[in-house]
Every structure is written in C-alpha cells, then in structure tokens.
Design a protein around this ligand. Structure first.
Ligand code: 5AD
Ligand code: SF4
Length: 551
C-alpha cells in the first residue's frame, strides 16, 4: 500500500516538474553517490492522474526531483532522526504521522542534535514571524553542524517557500516536503543521502493519512489529538492555509473511530478532534455515501458559501467518537461560525463526555472588517449563534481567535471588536497582529494600511480586554466545583497537580495527603484564580458519570 502510493506521488511531481526539476536535481552537493539514482517511470504512465485546470490555477506548478530509487534503497537502516515541531496542533499531529512513517521505514528517533543523521523541522507559515523563526533555526543548525547530516523542512512553509529553501545561500536545507507528501519522505531522505537535494510539494485531493498510525511523542500522555480532515476550502482573505494545506478532504469515520479506540486502549482520557473547519467534515467514503443527513444551520444564520452535503456529517462523527467510551472526554477544534450545525450543539448538551467548550473564531467584531475578511457572517449573525449556543448550553465556555489591524480596520472597528469580546464573555481568546501573506486574497485585493505600531497597540488592547473578562469569569467560579481531568504535575508548584475543567480552563490543585495521578478525574472546589487559571481544593476522586449524577 505504502509503495504504491509513494510511486503515485513521484509521478504527479513529474507531471509538473519538467523545467524546475532539473534545476533542483542539479544541486547535487556530493560528487559520488552510494545510492544509484535511476530514471523513474515516464510521463505517459501517469497521464490519467493529470489534475484539472482549476487546480492548476489554484495551486501553481509544483516542482519536484524526479529521481527514482528502488524500494530497497529507501530504508532508514536505523539512522537517527530528530523531529522539531513549530506551529499549531495540526502540526504536532502531522509530526506524529511523520514519526509513524519513519519508524515503519527503519528510522529511529533521537532528541540529541549532535547524534542526528537528519533533522526534520515541521513549519508554520501563518504569519511572517513564524517563518522568520524557522530561517533563524536553519542558520543556527548550519552553524552547529559538526558532521554531514540532512536538514528537511516539512509542512506549511515548505509548501509556501518551496525550492527557495533549497537554493537559499549557505546550503541550509536539503529536503523540502509539503503537508501531503510525508509518505514520500523515506525516498526524499534517501536521495539527500546520495547528495541530491530533493523536494515534493505536491498537494493532494485525497491524502488523509487514514491508514498511518501516528506515534505520539509522549506515549504516557492522557490527552491525544486526532486529525479528522485536512486542508481548507474557506478562502478567508487573510489566510495562507488553503494554499499551504490544499483542498479540504475528510478522513473516513471508521478509521477515526478505530484510532480513538486504540488510544483509549492505550489509556488516553481526552481526545481533541482536529481540522481547519470541522463543521464541513463529510465522510463521503464508499461506506457512507447513502447514510448522510444534511445539517441544519442555526435559525437566522445564513452562509454565502455552498453548504456541503451528502455522506456522514461532523455531528455523526462526534456521536460515534463520543460513544467509544463515556469516560473519555471529547473536544474539537476548530469549527467555523458560518456553518455551525444545530445537531452539534444539541449533542454537546446531551452527551456528558463531549466537553462544554466551543472554539468559535470571530476574527473581528466589525461588519466591514468581517466583509473584507470574507468570513461569511456579520456581527449580528455571530451573536445570534452565540445566544443560541448559550440558550442550549448555559454553562458553555466559548473561546475565539481575533486579528488586530486587518486591512482597512478603523479605530471604531477595533472598538467594535473590543466590545464583542466583553459581550460574548469568552473564557479565552487568541489574539494576533495582522501579517499580510503573499498570495492570499487580501494581498491581491486589499491594502495593508494599519501602521505596525497601531497594530501592536490594538493587539495589546485586545489581549488586555480578554484578560479582564477571563479573570472576572474565573473568579466568579469561587465556591463552585469543577470536574478536573488531571494532566500531570503543576509546573508552578511542587505539591500540586494541573488539569482542565470541562470548559477547558487550567485548574491547579494542591495534592495534600491524597495521591493524584495523570488521567484521574478529580472534583475540585474553586478557591481562587487568575486570568488564565483557576485554583482548586481537592474534594474527591470521581468519574464523568458519578459527577453528573451528583449535580
Ligand atoms: N495574520 C494574523 N493572524 C492570522 N491568522 C490567520 N492568518 C493570519 C494572518 N495573516 C490567525 C487567525 C486564525 C488563527 C489560526 O491565526 O485568527 O484563526
Ligand atoms: Fe498550522 Fe496554519 Fe501554521 Fe499551517 S499555517 S502550521 S495550518 S497554523
């Protein structure tokens, strides 16, 4: 299975690569090669895989080395790799997939830089600063290099920057692999061992890595992330993700449920389902085709986008996953407010192990800015969704993302965002200063006209208002109880453990006489808090079912 898919990727790369592949392949840095590079199958073998014209428009021509090596040449033979991850949770999960693939192919992992035969860096492109960090790390790695080794850049920045990573002065990197080409990594690494710089940045319509078992960095952790879909079709004007991660595609329910069962058997107590827009999840695999029920949207809420239909929806997935074990907590991130299905809200209310926490990224509280961002909702429709959710789940914890200083954002628009944060009463917000990304719709159509110092000032104001709101919320819980799933020892206090409430807030609990372990459910009485945490006093050990019966 693995080899068949691998050769398909090589071939697709070839279709696009006539001009540029010779440019990349000619960057051989070692004259002699231990691995004999052969010419792979010809172009005509793969014509049926020719992508549509529409796709060529969205994703510019891809470059790739077309050097072909045989399956027996790609084994890692115990070579050591060091894996370094930057960016979002999706990247952490992607690195688990890479770890799984490399282990399958005879590699072993090291955390000691000087021992590594290859260092693989999972990268982020979402803001300019994220890429800046990676360039600095690459320069640092070059300086600290004592013996030959391969540096591989994976993920979003690999997809966005492509061969510039290979051609940058200083020979900083020898392998580039985009988010859909991790199956090809053993071949790319083998090529680099032979002295050939290698790249595969082909995006796919189908790849979900559904058959790859991710290997977690901390096998003892009681929390795990499970990727349910890849890519994004939303095209928010500020966002680079549709260009780095490609078109949206969902992983079949059965493979997700199997992975959740496996994690449960390994002792995992909390699963977070991951996707760029989980609401548009659709399992359209063969087994699901006729099973779908189309989702209803919240009243008064419309979308400018076509709603996805057919197959099995996110609500069905959530239902199935939450039934695996009713003592395992389920969270998900991120839904898009534009297509939040009512069944999901009802399911969260009914199913005790689906946490009462919803990440609902607003990005702005101003209609003109929302329009310019292409978000597909207004402030009013967002607020009507919030009030619907609060009506059904009164103790829900809502979190959000906000961008400060987007193109054309006035002081009045910024004030609208500040008062949205107060009005919704979020339990946490992630706030970012806007960073224009080349290739996005905003880059082509809008002007990045908010001066840097104003962006920073607004960013700080957003952060300070959400801290005000969350501090008040956390302190208002004093005297109440929370069911906390313990994650481990607290980093702040030697005699305390740290865990999360159902709503996702960190709770610090002093241990006293009773031993508390990671994975335990503990009832804690809230005695204090800050804007980011609550302090709790241990009451008793419990379970989701028992705690629910008590209330
Ligand atoms: N600049 C700043 N923040 C951004 N985000 C996405 N693109 C940009 C950008 N160009 C933020 C959004 C998104 C989160 C993951 O990152 O708030 O929800
Ligand atoms: Fe994750 Fe987006 Fe950054 Fe890619 S660009 S790593 S998807 S946050």
């Amino acid at each position: 299975m693995f080899l068949r898919k691998r050769s398909l990727f090589v071939s697709i790369g070839q279709l696009f690569s006539e001009r540029t592949c010779s440019q990349v392949a000619s960057q051989s840095s070692k004259p002699e090669s231990k691995i004999k590079i052969q010419n792979g199958p010809g172009l005509s073998h793969f014509l049926k895989n020719n992508p549509s014209k529409r796709r060529e428009k969205i994703f510019p021509a891809v470059v790739d080395t077309h050097a072909y090596i045989s399956p027996d040449q790609i084994s890692g033979e115990g070579k050591k790799v060091m894996l370094v991850t930057f960016g979002c949770q999706m990247n952490v999960n992607d690195m688990e997939i890479v770890r799984g693939l490399l282990v399958q192919n005879g590699y072993s992992e090291t955390t000691v830089e000087s021992e590594a035969d290859a260092i693989l860096i999972m990268t982020c492109s979402i803001r300019d600063g994220a890429e800046e960090k990676i360039w600095n790390r690459l320069k640092h790695l070059k300086k600290s290099q004592r013996r030959p080794r391969t540096i591989a850049v994976l993920g979003c920045m690999a997809e966005r920057v492509k061969s510039t990573l290979l051609t940058a002065p200083g020979d900083l990197c020898q392998v580039v692999a985009g988010p859909d080409s991790y199956r090809d990594l053993p071949r790319l690494l083998a090529l680099s061992r032979s002295g050939t710089k290698a790249m595969n940045v082909q995006l796919s319509f189908e790849e979900t890595y559904a058959d790859v078992s991710p290997v977690r960095v901390d096998a003892d952790s009681k929390s795990a992330f499970v990727s349910i879909m890849r890519g994004c079709d939303n095209m928010c004007t500020y966002c680079i993700v549709p260009f780095t991660r490609g078109r949206e595609r969902s992983r079949p329910i059965d493979s997700i449920v199997d992975e959740v069962r496996r994690l449960r058997d390994e002792g995992v107590k909390q699963i977070t389902l991951l996707g760029q827009n989980v609401n548009s999840y659709r399992d359209t695999s063969e087994s699901s085709i006729s099973l779908g029920v189309d989702s209803k949207m919240v009243d008064g809420f419309s979308t400018v986008y076509g709603q996805k239909s057919g197959g099995r929806s996110f609500a069905t997935l959530l239902d199935n996953v939450s039934r695996v074990d009713d003592e395992m907590r389920i969270r998900f991130t991120s839904p898009h407010p534009k297509d939040f299905p009512t069944e999901v809200i009802t399911l969260i209310k009914e199913r005790k192990n689906i946490c009462n926490q919803i990440h609902l990224p607003a990005q702005s509280g101003d209609d003109k800015v929302l329009e310019a961002m292409g978000r597909g909702y207004s402030r009013e429709t967002y607020l009507s969704l919030v009030s619907h959710i609060k009506n059904v789940i009164p103790d829900v914890c809502l979190t959000s993302d906000f961008i400060a200083g987007f193109c054309g954002e006035t002081e009045e628009a910024h004030q609208n965002t500040l008062n949205l944060i107060r009005e919704v009463d979020y339990s946490f917000c992630f706030v970012f200063p806007y960073s224009m990304r080349e290739g996005t719709r905003a880059h082509r159509r809008l002007v990045d006209d908010v001066p840097e110092e104003i962006k920073m000032k607004r960013h700080e104001e957003l952060a300070s208002v959400f801290r005000e709101v969350t501090l008040r919320r956390n302190l208002s819980r004093i005297g109440e109880t929370e069911l906390v799933l313990v994650e481990g020892r607290s980093k702040r206090s030697a005699n305390a453990v740290s865990g999360r409430s159902d709503g996702g807030i960190v709770v610090i609990i002093e241990e006293r006489d009773k031993k508390i372990h990671a994975g335990d459910y503990v009832v804690a009485k809230i005695t204090g808090g800050t804007s980011q945490t609550m302090i709790g006093e241990y009451i008793s050990h419990s379970s989701i079912r028992e705690y629910d019966n008590l209330r």
